[in-house]
Design a protein around this ligand. Structure first.
Ligand code: SAM
Length: 316
């Protein structure tokens, strides 16, 4: 395992830098949960469902010996999924130093939880960097090209400005090999805007999550505003409390095309679950993860908030 920090980011005090810092500080400060704490989490079924979605994506698109770039890898919660896919090499990048440290601990098997588990079968490199700000092609020259680039539940953090959204896609495009695959998940802008329109004010949610827009983004003004920088505050109990940005999917799709990324499919989480739960191997996985809720009121509320994710897959 190589671990290094690449701070090539613009050290400016502008708003986008502040926003990126806020996101990084939020995730850096989140401590690792014990197994007991995790099981007691009010969003445990949502977490398990999200893990199921990521596992299905990885099983569908990663192949043995693949070189994988995990963008916004967080604390390395997906390392086991990549191991099961028998990948050959892994590079994880995240802006949050605390998360990269936890990811290193998890990879090295230092934590109590991991001690019982065998070492990962692939070599890995972990980098602390702002993937949406810095050109990483030269820095990752010796590691690239990658067969798979993955960005799970994090691509929307690139949408604070057009420049950042472009840098994210430029990095993916430069690092992915021709014919390589990009897989990702992000909130479904259609669902968020629909709920905002149905809401009385600029805020909506339930007992486990809320989303709040600033006055400047009252629904009436959405049509005329730029597709970048549409900020909302997202709070998810026991998980997230920081600014995020709306990603209008049609804009994302055409911007990606500019960087030679062709859309293969996009599905809302509900569609994704309905489609892949039919396949016996993924039904078994859902059962093993315990991701199927027992249908009580709280859990069905959680399943509502789960619709904010869009798994997508691109082919270069
Ligand atoms: N991908 C992981 C997963 O699915 O468990 C983590 C998802 S977490 C919701 C979002 C992650 O995005 C955080 O770890 C955060 O630090 C990372 N992130 C946000 N902005 C980033 C950026 N500009 N560059 C790299 N990572 C970023």
């Amino acid at each position: 395992l190589r671990y290094d920090s690449y701070d090539g980011s613009r050290a400016s005090e502008d708003e986008s830098f502040d926003n990126a810092r806020r996101v990084a500080d939020h995730y850096s400060a989140r401590s690792n949960q014990t197994l007991e704490e995790r099981e007691a989490s009010p969003i445990i079924h949502l977490k398990k469902l999200n893990n199921w979605i990521k596992s299905v994506l990885i099983q569908l698109y990663a192949h043995p010996k693949d070189a994988v770039l995990d963008i916004a890898c967080g604390k390395g919660g997906d390392l086991i999924k990549w191991d099961k896919a028998r990948i050959g090499y892994y590079v994880g990048v995240d802006i949050a130093e605390g998360s990269i440290k936890d990811c290193r601990t998890r990879y090295n098997g230092d934590s109590d939880q991991q001690q019982r588990r065998k070492k990962f079968s692939f070599p890995a490199r972990l980098i602390c960097a702002d993937f949406y700000e810095v050109r990483l092609d030269k820095y990752l020259h010796d590691d690239a090209p990658f067969d798979v680039c993955s960005c799970q539940f994090a691509l929307h953090y690139s949408w604070s400005t057009e420049a950042r959204a472009r840098q994210a896609l430029a990095n993916v495009s430069a690092l992915l090999q021709p014919g390589g695959t990009f897989i990702g998940t992000m909130p479904d802008a259609n669902v968020i805007i629909k709920r905002l329109r149905e809401a009385e004010g600029l805020e909506f949610g339930n007992s486990v999550y809320w989303i709040c827009f600033d006055e400047e983004y009252s629904s009436k003004k959405f049509k005329s505003s730029s597709p970048f920088g549409i900020k909302y505050k997202f709070h998810l109990e026991d998980a997230v409390d920081c600014p995020e940005w709306i990603v209008p999917f049609h804009v994302f799709k055409s911007l990606a095309q500019e960087y030679d990324l062709e859309l293969v499919f996009v599905k809302n989480s509900h569609e994704f679950v309905n489609e892949y739960l039919r396949r016996p191997e993924f039904t078994d996985l859902m059962r093993r993860l315990g991701a199927l809720g027992d249908g009580n009121q709280d859990q069905s509320k959680l399943f509502c908030s789960m619709t904010l994710s869009v798994p997508l897959m691109m082919m270069m």
